[in-house]
Design a protein around this ligand. Structure first.
Ligand code: BGC
Length: 473
């Protein structure tokens, strides 16, 4: 397979444009933390309404992720990405020009639909245009784009802190990447894999020649055709006894990533800092910018070391650090006097974000793209992505009420306990998939190895027969 310099550049440009959807995912979920402070002032709204404003995006994302599998197959990746960019633009215009809270909710719902569809379609599209050998790194680049989106949202929040009605500007800036995504997608090619699946092999061949900058694409085209011989299974098949354990693992990973409480901090950090004693809006937002920076840096660290040290060590160390920092937060809110509380709270929050970003942040998206057998990958991945958005919705829409009902000490203790249980689950159930081929993982699943070991065991000749279509590839 050709990996010439110009081919490499071209695939990077294509992936970077598609990853704008990840950037918008991060931007539109992160911007709410600052905007909420101003929306609260302008509309005098209840806690439940605040939670609804935050979670309307997540509700839309849940629906979007459920629809994505079918829509991407029907319309193709490129056309759906264009629809997604239009939804982003539409939602942003509605939310930005809102004169009632209800319009903000509707605008954010549209944005959510786009985010949910994008969180499934963008990595899929990137994986399908990328040469096999760079696929892993490019999947994690999408997580990097998410964190860069979150950081940009925090910077914008900070820049507009002192402007009256600035929540409109905060939402409105999102129009720029959304327009860039739609213009960019107009020029990008359709996924060759989708074209072959839709009997448009000639077009697929031309696009592959362009993507790889070589006329010699026969072998890759044959591989695509071969892999398409594995019939894609529907919803019922993902519940077959041999697939159920990995489906459970995928859904659990989505749950764990969210009940670890990550978005109580990403979405509500300024509110937490206010609670810990920072009273002027600009310093709480500035501290939040710091969170965005360490989130990006620790994600770069993860991308660098995931393939060297493996997923499990990073995951287990990360979850231990997250449990400890949430415990620290809980204790600080209980025992520390007001002057030191704010510093302990900042320290624990930063440490927590670092630990999340080098572990669960990147690993969730990586694991769900690795563990599912080819025939059920599309549907099962949809279930795992849906689980992530569902639990995100549950956590974000109850956090402020929990804080009110239980107080910060008990709320953070609850999240520390959930992190601890997640740590135990991951210790016993999450496989090490570093350097293992996806076919080998599938063989191990078919052999019904316990989840923790599906990333091990070398392939034997007998094993090969267990995966239909494997030998032709
Ligand atoms: C999660 C998001 C989270 C982000 C933080 C992603 O992997 O799915 O819910 O806001 O990481 O960086």
């Amino acid at each position: 397979m050709a990996t010439s310099g110009s081919s490499r550049r071209y695939v990077y440009v294509v992936s970077a444009i598609a990853a704008i959807a990840g950037l918008l995912f991060g931007f539109d979920t992160g911007i709410i933390s600052g905007a909420l402070l101003f929306i609260k002032q302008q509309f005098t709204i209840t806690t439940v309404m605040q939670e609804l404003i935050v979670s309307s995006v997540l509700f839309g994302a849940m629906i979007g992720s459920l629809l994505s599998g079918r829509l991407t197959d029907h319309f193709g990746r490129k056309r759906l990405m264009l629809v997604i960019s239009v939804l982003f633009i539409l939602g942003t215009v509605i939310a930005t020009s809102a004169h009632h809270v209800q319009s903000i909710l509707i605008g954010r719902l549209f944005i959510g639909l786009a985010i949910g569809m994008g969180s499934y379609t963008a990595p899929l599209y990137i994986a399908e245009v990328a040469p096999r050998e760079w696929r892993g790194g490019l999947v994690s680049l999408n997580q990097l784009a998410i964190t860069i989106g979150i950081l940009s949202s925090y910077l914008i929040n900070y820049a507009f802190t002192n402007y009256h009605g600035s929540w409109r500007f905060m939402f409105g800036i999102g129009i720029i990447p959304a327009v860039l995504l739609s213009i960019g997608m107009l020029f990008l090619p359709e996924s060759p894999r989708w074209l072959v699946a839709n009997n448009r092999t000639l077009e697929a061949r031309k696009i592959l020649m362009y993507l790889r900058q070589t006329r010699d694409v026969k072998q890759e085209l044959a591989e695509i055709k071969n892999s398409l011989q594995v019939k894609q299974a529907g919803f019922k098949e993902i519940f077959l006894p041999w697939i159920r354990p990995v489906l459970f693992l995928g859904a659990m990973m989505g749950l764990i990533q969210q009940v670890s409480g990550i978005n109580t901090i990403i979405y509500y950090a300024p509110s937490i800092f206010e609670l810990a004693g920072f009273h002027d809006t600009s310093s709480t937002i500035l501290a939040t910018v710091g969170i965005g920076v360490v989130n990006v840096l620790a994600t770069i660290f993860a991308i660098k070391y995931l393939d060297k040290w493996g997923r499990r060590p990073l995951l287990l160390v990360g979850l231990t650090g997250m449990t400890l920092s949430l415990l620290g937060l809980s204790i600080a809110f209980h025992h520390t006097d007001a002057s030191t509380l704010r510093y302990v709270a900042i320290g624990c929050t930063f440490f927590y974000i670092i630990c999340f970003a080098f572990s669960l942040g990147a690993i969730l998206w990586l694991v769900v793209s690795e563990i599912f057998p080819l025939a059920v990958r599309a549907t099962a991945m949809g279930v795992a992505v849906f689980s992530c958005w569902f639990w995100n919705f549950m956590v974000s829409s109850t956090f402020l009420s929990l804080l009110k009902a239980l107080g910060p000490t008990n709320t953070f203790f609850l999240y520390a306990a959930l992190c601890f249980f997640s740590l135990i689950f991951c210790y016993y159930k999450v496989p090490e998939t570093k350097g293992v081929s996806l076919e080998q993982i599938e063989i191990n699943i078919r052999k019904r190895l316990p989840l923790r070991y599906i990333g091990q065991q070398p392939i034997t000749e007998g094993d090969r027969k267990l995966v239909p279509g494997f030998e032709q590839v």
